[in-house]
Design a protein around this ligand. Structure first.
Ligand code: MG
Length: 260
């Protein structure tokens, strides 16, 4: 099932629904617990899709792909590198990635994003799939210019608009055989299967759940394949995963002066 959030072009009210073959059936309620069809339906053409959820929180993992199978380490890191991204950085398909006045270019990072559906505390790797609601596509936009020399990444990951998500949350998806791609101004730059991840989805979610209780609506960005490059003003970036969809965003520059 493909869960979406959308605005109809006239009322601009944020609604949620299920997308099937270009048609959206509106739902009401909480997609993680109990929801019902409202009876209203829309053609996908007559709406603007929004980010498919307002995350409870967004957590990313750093440097998680190798270029080829032979490069996979026998054992992943004992303590993976995780970071948080603020909810205020989330935008949806078609919205603009805004470059602050102080930054001329930012990195795109096409990623598989996991949406947690059930509270998960201290779970084991083999239990992880029971706690996953579905998957979406993320662009973990990053300004390395704001990585602190002491190693903190938070600022460089946190500017408004730096976390495009969408277009849908797909609940029936085989994450183990997914292909993560990015197309930059029409040219393919990233294209890797998820079996090139160093820390598997199962391990990262089990690990995190042993540190913090994960909640419905938590979004875990599972890392970006090799090939991520820089975006400039007026560029278009498309992050896509077959079976979930295509997440396209344009880059604009904010003209007002910045204090950072
Ligand atoms: Mg990333």
């Amino acid at each position: 099932m493909k869960f979406v959030r959308f605005k109809d072009k006239h009322q601009q009210q944020l609604r949620q629904g299920i997308l099937t073959d270009g048609e959206i059936k509106e739902i009401s309620g909480n997609m993680f617990h109990k929801w019902d069809y409202t009876g209203e339906h829309f053609s996908q053409e007559e709406v603007d899709l929004a980010a498919p959820l307002e995350p409870n929180q967004v957590i990313g993992i750093g440097a998680n792909y190798v270029a080829k199978k032979e490069d996979l380490p026998e054992k992943g890191p004992d303590m993976p590198v995780f970071f948080f991204k603020p909810n205020s950085s989330v935008i949806g398909p078609g919205e603009s990635i805004q470059l602050p006045e102080t930054i001329d270019e930012v990195k795109f990072e096409s990623e598989l994003a996991v949406v947690i559906g059930k509270e998960a505390a201290s779970i084991r790797e083999e239990e992880v799939f029971d706690y996953i609601f579905g998957y979406t596509v993320a662009n973990d936009v990053t300004a390395p210019q704001y990585f602190h020399e002491d190693g903190h990444w938070t600022l460089g990951k946190s500017f408004d608009t730096f976390t495009p998500l969408g277009p849908v949350i797909e609940t029936e998806f085989d994450a183990d055989s997914a292909e993560i791609q990015a197309v930059h101004n029409g040219e393919k730059k990233q294209d890797s299967p998820t079996n090139l991840m160093i820390v598997t989805t199962q391990r990262m979610i089990a690990y995190l759940s042993n540190v913090m209780t994960l909640k419905p609506g938590d979004v875990i960005l599972t890392g970006s394949p090799v090939g991520a490059e820089f975006l400039k003003e007026n560029d278009e970036i498309e992050c896509k995963i077959a079976g979930i969809g295509s997440l396209k965003n344009k880059v604009v520059k904010i003209k007002q002066p910045s204090q950072v």
